[in-house]
Design a protein around this ligand. Structure first.
Ligand SMILES: Cc1cc2nc3c(=O)[nH]c(=O)nc-3n(C[C@H](O)[C@H](O)[C@H](O)COP(=O)(O)OP(=O)(O)OC[C@H]3O[C@@H](n4cnc5c(N)ncnc54)[C@H](O)[C@@H]3O)c2cc1C
Length: 349
């Protein structure tokens, strides 16, 4: 019989949370959903472990799960730090006597999970997107740039599974005061002092994994337009205006982000981190809008997890029109996006 532990942590201030440090991070709440589903299927005992400065407020949101709640709390756990987090999570795993440990694949837990698995003589798998199985646990993940999907079973226990964000619904239940069992830890000598966060301004932060929509800019934005001129400044204004109005995440084609190195006109807010595709990222968003991008296979392979796909391209024979998008607008993206931004602005006022 498995004993399941779901690890959670409070939202950190770099996630732009207004209730920073008090509520659980969204990825943690997704892991709670995964744990509840798995425990129900395996008829297994479920424990939820919390790492936070103040675990009481975070725990109240988990009251309706019916799970045993363990916490490691105190000022030392207000911020992510390897030395303090690794002992906290190890203590939670030992207290729960967990055989299966589910954790959100956040930077905080990704940094320490393999170490804890090693300390407990266990095994870890990362980037898990789904959990199945009724008799035993079956974990699904993608390999080779999301081309091959594998289902993994292991006999080694404890088995740590780091879940990719956006693969489960975030748990939401009625908040009420709930009993928590505090787990004591002895902190090692801490060599790292967290003095604060330095993050880009909110409107400079263009990669937003939690956004409902992905907006992709292709190389066409910086190419000669029908009037024989390039309009990079205007392109930048239109793209940033759309991002500001919608909160969409900004993706790019490889050709566009490569241009800087090739001495061609560039959009200064784009880096290789924005690149979507075979050699870029494969984000998860409910909707996607591609603009001035040809929709070639090495790019579109990164759209695997985008729900509703739309594209604006001048080329009626582009890859999007060949079955890769749900809706394609054969149009000039400059006037189209100017009109869309004006409509969004009017809606706001
Ligand atoms: C091994 C390998 C790996 C690769 N990995 C990736 C990857 O990870 N990601 C990726 O993106 N690419 C990748 N590529 C490159 C990929 O094959 C394409 O070359 C690239 O995606 C093309 O980018 P693009 O569509 O933005 O540019 P282009 O091919 O130049 O297309 C620009 C498009 O914009 C349109 N356009 C121009 N002006 C306008 C306008 N005003 N309004 C509307 N449309 C307009 C044009 O009609 C054209 O269709 C890879 C290639 C290889 C060989």
């Amino acid at each position: 019989m498995e004993t399941i532990l779901v690890l959670t942590h409070a939202a950190l201030s770099d996630e732009f949370s207004t209730e920073s440090g008090l509520t659980l991070s969204k990825a943690s709440l997704e892991a709670v959903t995964a744990g509840l589903e798995l425990a129900a299927r395996l008829s297994a005992k479920l424990t939820i472990g919390i790492v936070a400065a103040d675990a009481a407020t975070a725990a109240s949101s988990l009251a309706s799960t019916g799970a045993t709640l363990l916490a490691v709390s105190g000022e030392a756990f207000a911020q992510a730090r390897y030395g303090s987090d690794v002992v906290a999570v190890e203590a939670l795993c030992r207290a729960a006597k967990a055989t299966i440990v589910l954790a959100p694949g956040t930077s905080r837990f990704t940094r320490i999970a393999a170490s804890v698995a090693h300390r407990l003589d266990g095994f870890i798998d990362t980037h898990i997107t789904a959990l199945g199985g009724t008799e035993t646990v079956e974990a699904t993940r993608w390999f080779y740039r999301q081309r091959v999907e594998a289902v993994i079973r292991r006999d080694v226990r404890p088995w740590f599974l780091l879940l990719d964000a956006g693969t489960h619904a975030a748990f939401a239940g009625e908040s009420k005061t709930v009993q928590i069992e505090q787990v004591a830890v002895t902190l090692p000598a801490l060599r790292t002092t967290v003095s604060g966060f330095r993050a880009p301004a909110l409107d400079a932060q263009t990669i937003r994994p939690d956004a409902k929509m992905l907006f992709v800019a292709g190389a066409g934005w910086t190419k000669k337009q029908p009037d024989g001129q390039i309009h990079v400044g205007k392109a930048g204004e239109l793209i940033l205006g759309f991002l500001r109005a919608t909160g969409a995440s900004l993706g790019s084609s490889k050709s566009l982000v490569d241009q800087g190195g090739e001495g061609e006109p560039v959009l200064p807010f784009l880096t290789h981190m924005n690149q979507i595709g075979q050699t870029g990222s494969t984000p998860r968003h409910a909707k996607g809008l591609s603009t001035c991008c040809h929709g070639e296979e090495p790019h579109v392979v990164g759209w695997r997890f985008i729900g509703d796909r739309r594209a604006i391209s001048l080329d009626p024979n582009c890859g999007w029109t060949r079955g890769k998008a749900d809706v394609v607008y054969i149009a000039d993206a400059f006037p189209v996006m100017a009109k869309v931004n004006a409509l969004l602005e009017a809606k706001k006022t």
